[in-house]
Write a protein that binds this ligand. Structure first.
Ligand code: NDP
Ligand code: GDR
Length: 324
């Protein structure tokens, strides 16, 4: 019998790549979505990646415990990937309460549903490198102390520690992946890499001339979502639940990332990038650089895509979207 996986946040970037990966491995995949007035738009990423007809869509919301209990009871999954969140750091200052409700307390809801209805299931929590915030060590690993710098990061810390706590309190097979930034052609348009590749495509095709960005000096450790969902799956295949950093071990500035993206279309970023105060954050995470050694030693995970390859893939996808 094929194994069953339940993915919350299946309509997001990672949800689409993870659904594809699990389907290719022979899983029966259930994707939880919240009710929308525009279901066609909501399912766009699953359509883009070509799995829309093979994912069983179930209705639920991280804010609604009873819906989660019903979903987990009905599906009886072997593995649960909790990817759902208000995931945009910038918006977490505009909607701090909502971010806390979904990204923090939502984890309580899904863990309760698992504890009550499927205590033998394996559970994955999408933790984040944002928790390191004002970094306490130059290279961040599983033992680096956290220092969150946004309502989003504070909420992710709650979800992280609650997952550890349910593992220790109830013996759940619950693990956290502390994932550093990962991108793809399916990245949301508000995140900086995709905002840049979308602008590159429009500029190349003569539809725009400038793109306004915020802090160009911030440094991030950027990988490809396809590699990172593979790490999620590997984390849940371990006999003992545990927490793992997933990163590339290379950090570059937003400015360098722009240079790579514009060059991929034969353009010079300095001719088109305009700095605007509007996109600066009340508190910034200046630099992130992860050490994925624990994941490599435990289950042989390594990134397979360079930043240059990924930005080129994203630029090409955006050129195609814009009719190039
Ligand atoms: P996205 O923003 O692309 O996707 C978020 C998903 O959460 C969407 O499917 C969204 O549904 C869903 N969602 C939001 N609120 C609710 C709710 N109340 N109930 C049910 N579903 C909800 O995020 P990513 O795919 O990039 O990231 C996946 C997870 O990994 C997130 O938890 C994120 O915080 C975390 N993470 C991401 C990293 C990255 O670099 N991408 C790095 C580290 C962690 P809808 O379509 O309806 O809005
Ligand atoms: P981040 O990603 O906050 O790291 O969170 P984002 O792409 O939004 O920002 C990265 C860095 O770029 C700087 N920046 C800009 N950011 C955006 N969005 N728009 C701009 O115009 C801009 N100009 C400069 C930011 O200040 C920041 O320093 C992502 C999300 O996926 C989280 O859910 C996840 O947990 C973390 O990555 C790891």
């Amino acid at each position: 019998m094929s194994r069953k996986a339940l993915i919350t946040g299946v309509t997001g970037q990672d949800g689409a790549y993870l659904a594809e990966l699990l389907l290719n491995k022979g899983y029966e995949v259930y994707g939880m979505v919240r009710r929308s007035a525009s279901p066609e738009a909501m399912l766009e990423r699953l359509r883009w990646i070509g799995v829309i007809d093979r994912v069983n869509i179930v209705l639920g919301d991280l804010l609604d415990l009873s819906s989660l209990i019903r979903v987990v009871r009905d599906v009886q999954p072997d593995e649960i990937y909790n990817l759902a969140a208000q995931s945009f750091v910038g918006a977490s200052w505009d909607q701090p309460h909502l971010t806390g409700s979904v990204t923090a307390l939502g984890v309580t809801n899904i863990l309760e549903a698992v504890r009550i209805e499927a205590p033998k299931a394996r559970f994955y929590q999408a933790s984040s490198s944002e928790m390191y915030g004002r970094v306490q060590e130059p290279i961040q690993s599983e033992t680096t102390p956290f220092y969150p710098r946004s309502p989003y990061a504070v909420a992710k810390m709650y979800g992280h520690w609650l997952t550890v706590n349910y593992r220790e309190s109830y013996g759940l097979h619950a693990s956290c992946g502390i994932l550093f930034n990962h991108e793809s052609p399916l990245r949301g348009l508000e995140f900086v890499t995709r905002k840049v590749t979308d602008a590159v495509a429009q500029i190349k095709l003569g539809k725009a001339d400038k793109v306004e960005l915020g802090n160009l000096d911030a440094k991030r450790d950027w990988g490809h979502a396809r590699d990172y969902v593979d790490a999620m799956w590997r984390i849940l295949q371990q006999d003992t639940p545990d927490d793992y950093v997933i990163a590339t071990g290379r950090t570059v500035t937003v400015r360098e990332m722009c240079d790579i993206a514009f060059k991929a279309a034969g353009l010079n970023y300095e001719d088109h990038v305009v700095v605007s105060e509007k996109f600066f954050r009340p508190a910034e995470v200046d630099i992130l650089l992860g050490d994925p050694a624990k994941a490599k030693n435990a289950f042989g995970w390594e990134p397979t895509t360079t930043l240059e390859q990924m930005m080129t893939e994203m630029v090409q996808a955006d050129l195609k979207r814009h009719g190039g």
